[in-house]
Design a protein around this ligand. Sequence first.
Ligand SMILES: Nc1ncnc2c1ncn2[C@@H]1O[C@H](COP(=O)(O)OP(=O)(O)OP(=O)(O)O)[C@@H](O)[C@H]1O
Ligand SMILES: [Mg+2]
Length: 162
Amino acid sequence: MAHPAIFRCRAASLGDTASIAARLADLLKPGDVIALGGTLGAGKTAFARAVIRHLAREEIDVPSPTYNLLLTYDFDDYCLYHYDLYRLESPEEALELDIDEAFDQGVSLIEWPDRLGRYLPENHLLVEITAEKDGAGARVFTFSGDERWRARLRPLMEVGDA
Ligand SMILES: Nc1ncnc2c1ncn2[C@@H]1O[C@H](COP(=O)(O)OP(=O)(O)OP(=O)(O)O)[C@@H](O)[C@H]1O
Ligand SMILES: [Mg+2]
């Protein structure tokens, strides 16, 4: 069953998206699975890129894993796994990407998480990204997860919009 929404915040620009992503990056730990929801072009890769660059502490190249399905980043405390599962033909195909080990020991950022079906861990955090209708760069982020995520996200909730 889907988890309830914990809170929403708004990014007026790509820079604001990066600020929200950096705040989330600061509280990530091994075993975290972050599902990035939203339609084509919503900003899932932009959000993941900002998380990764914040953790890398430099503007490293973060391509979209569109063709590879998975790109991996080695940080001091854990490996970060960035997935784009749009092209996944069946949930079982994901098992070939060694998701068990990644979900257990790494931090996983997953674009098109619905493609995983029953393999998406129950304790994931969903970050749903929606573009505002005016067509400019504003986005709304909705964070949904269990009670543990509600507690962990408190610092983000207190800051509010970017
Ligand atoms: N506030 C914003 N947050 C995120 N992206 C923004 C924002 N404003 C503008 N953009 C632009 O929107 C586009 C988002 O593209 P991105 O590749 O991140 O989408 P995506 O959700 O990963 O799409 P796909 O489903 O194809 O993987 C980028 O060109 C980015 O520069
Ligand atoms: Mg993408």
